[in-house]
Design a protein around this ligand. Structure first.
Ligand SMILES: Cc1cc2nc3c(=O)[nH]c(=O)nc-3n(C[C@H](O)[C@H](O)[C@H](O)COP(=O)(O)OP(=O)(O)OC[C@H]3O[C@@H](n4cnc5c(N)ncnc54)[C@H](O)[C@@H]3O)c2cc1C
Length: 578
């Protein structure tokens, strides 16, 4: 086996919106940056984002960053760090204009400004009524942003290593020294030495059986941090989007409701009138998902089945064809349903991780409740928890988060690497991984990785879904704990060095199992209901005890929890009515 060695100022792990914007800033600053991605860059999940990216531009009606901040904090059920949310909402217009100048083809108003549409939980004047805040490029907003940033990165001299799977972080003492990566095509391990490493590996919807997320969304970056002794923050807060295509989980963007779509039960009732009388179908996702779930539990699914209807039949054909063409096509292609004539069968689907690797507002990864920084390690995007989404994210706030904080990470690293070259490469990092891979290849007859994954997804779906209880979360934690132990004996039958998908799955399932364990345990520990974490046995929010972030460590199979304070600057916690 040959080892390739590389030397950079900065290594960015992940080529979605967060990684590309960080890399672009580094390129613009003249730093030598490499982007490593297990997928071809433009296949990152950011490209699947449909509905839009929000910014208080006020192009359609009056709007302000402060209103946006309020909505974000309230939408997140007051678990949001308000200093971070303020930065995000203030920097939003600048980021959108930056994208516009780079060439993102946003839809336009009649007078040529960037058009905006309503999305769940976005309101004017502190909750009065929905506001049009989401900027969009039809329902292909993420793809347009991803392609534009990729082109700009090439122009700025950023180097890409596509189909390089990062397996380990390398440290010299407490300081980051680089990463180890597996070259998928050649089946070889490479070392990348760099004084700064940014994790931008996206989310982990694949914890669950029914998800809107791509196959690649296995949370590798979060698991890398966990293995390095870094805690994960607020993992119990996992968002279920109310409108996945029935049985498949493929997303029907909230843009469908932003454009006027209505959720209906078997009686044809607009049931959101009972759950959120003011914002109706545009209430935040946690509330709409719970409403759908309750309709289904009480037998009001369409024809008694386990889905409700998303009604677009009253909308102009032109709106469907021009503003949400892709998602209406999904209904035709995957379910054989014509949205102009019949309701689309939808049900909640696992969608978005509010929690993740804790960071400062400049994306520096922190290791404890006092926010002690891990020198040289950064994170941005869905893998990170900065925390702007708190207990529940509003639609279109993720594309914004990944770009605002991706850009900030790029700028912070550019400054950091001016300080020097960083530590020497620690040889044991690569040796350790090489031995593990060799052991896997020599092992025969262990548990099949695909079965471990299927069992984990069943356990998470049953125990840590829209609603949870002490029993359900304990059962999931025990089941996943057992799978983690079993994972220790896996073997990789497909020993071919090049393109061993079995080897990649072994990496990924190990990462998912660690995240599932931490998620189930964190959900078990938090005995209240807040945002996306709904405990049937503790139905109320409990600020006296639980207005704090969860930090969960996993060391040598042992869990440790700590509480981290929430930063509250402008908005004191209030009951959450919509
Ligand atoms: C279907 C769908 C629709 C959405 N629509 C919207 C929307 O309209 N508006 C909105 O705001 N949000 C939306 N979201 C959420 C949003 O798109 C994501 O949260 C966001 O794009 C994540 O970006 P990211 O840069 O963090 O990661 P991603 O775009 O997921 O990129 C992750 C990158 O990491 C790389 N990677 C992962 N693991 C490794 C590894 N081990 N080694 C090397 N590379 C690795 C991958 O190759 C990839 O390049 C949507 C999400 C989905 C799933």
């Amino acid at each position: 086996m040959t080892f390739a060695r590389h030397d950079y100022d900065a290594v960015i792990v992940g080529a979605g919106g967060a990684g590309l914007f960080a890399a672009l800033e580094l390129g613009r600053a003249g730093a030598k940056a490499a982007v490593l991605s297990k997928l071809y860059a433009v296949r990152s999940h950011t490209g699947a984002a449909q509905g839009g990216i929000c910014a208080a531009l006020g192009n359609r009606e009056p709007d302000k960053p402060l209103w946006h901040m309020f909505d974000t904090v309230k939408g997140g059920d007051y678990l949001v760090d308000q200093d971070a949310a303020e930065i995000m909402c203030e920097e939003a217009p600048g980021v959108v204009f930056d994208l516009e100048h780079m060439g993102v083809p946003f839809n336009r108003t009649d007078d040529g400004k960037i058009d905006q549409r309503p999305f769940g939980g976005h309101t004017r004047n502190f909750g009065e009524a929905p506001v049009r805040r989401a900027c969009y490029a039809a329902d292909r907003t993420g793809a347009m942003i991803l392609h534009t940033l990729y082109q700009q990165c090439l122009r700025a001299g950023v180097e890409f290593y596509d189909e390089f799977f990062v397996t380990d972080l390398a440290f010299a003492g407490e300081t980051v020294a680089g990463v180890v990566a597996h070259d998928v095509r050649a089946g070889e391990l490479h070392s990348f030495r760099a004084p700064a490493v940014a994790l931008a590996t996206g989310g982990w919807g694949r914890l669950f059986r029914v998800t809107s997320n791509a196959y690649a969304n296995t949370g590798d970056g979060a698991a890398l941090a966990l293995r390095a002794g870094i805690p994960l923050q607020d993992m119990e807060f996992y968002q279920f989007h109310p409108t996945g295509l029935h049985g498949l989980g493929i997303l029907v963007s909230e843009a469908a409701r932003g454009e006027g779509g209505i959720l209906r039960n078997d009686a044809g009732e607009r049931f959101m009138e009972r759950y959120a009388p003011r914002l109706l179908d545009l209430a935040p996702r946690d509330m709409v998902s719970r409403a759908v779930y309750q309709e289904l539990q009480t037998g009001r699914g369409l024809g008694g089945a386990d889905y409700v209807g998303l009604d677009l039949t009253h909308l102009d054909a032109e709106v469907l064809d021009k503003k949400i063409p892709e998602i209406t096509d999904f209904a035709r292609i995957y379910l054989g349903v014509e949205p102009k004539e019949e309701m689309i069968p939808v049900a909640p689907t696992a969608h978005y991780a509010m929690g993740g690797v804790p960071t400062t507002v400049d994306g520096e990864v922190t290791r404890d409740e006092e926010a002690t920084v891990v020198p040289g390690l950064y994170a941005a995007g869905e893998v990170a928890c900065v925390s702007v989404h708190g207990a529940n994210r509003l639609g279109t706030n993720s594309l914004l988060d990944i770009l605002v904080f991706g850009r900030r990470v790029g700028r912070a690293i550019a400054e950091f690497v001016r300080g020097g070259k960083g530590p020497a490469w620690p040889a044991e990092a690569l040796e350790g991984r090489r031995e593990k891979v060799a052991r896997w290849r020599d092992t025969a007859g262990g548990p099949a990785v695909a079965e471990l994954r299927a069992d984990m997804q069943e356990a998470m779906e049953a125990g840590v879904s829209v609603y949870r209880t002490a029993e359900s979360t304990a059962a999931a934690r025990e089941a996943v704990g057992g799978l983690l132990t079993a994972y220790g004996d896996v073997g990789v039958g497909d020993a071919a060095a090049a393109f061993s998908t079995e080897l990649l799955e072994a990496f990924e399932v190990g990462n998912l199992l660690a995240l599932a364990y931490v998620t189930a345990a964190s959900a078990h520990r938090r005995t209240e209901s807040r945002g996306a974490h709904s405990r049937e046995d503790f139905a109320a929010r409990d600020d006296a005890r639980w207005l704090n972030h969860t930090l969960c460590y996993l060391r040598d199979g042992e869990l440790e929890f700590r509480a981290k304070p929430v930063t509250i600057t402008r908005f004191e916690p209030k009951p959450r009515e919509y």
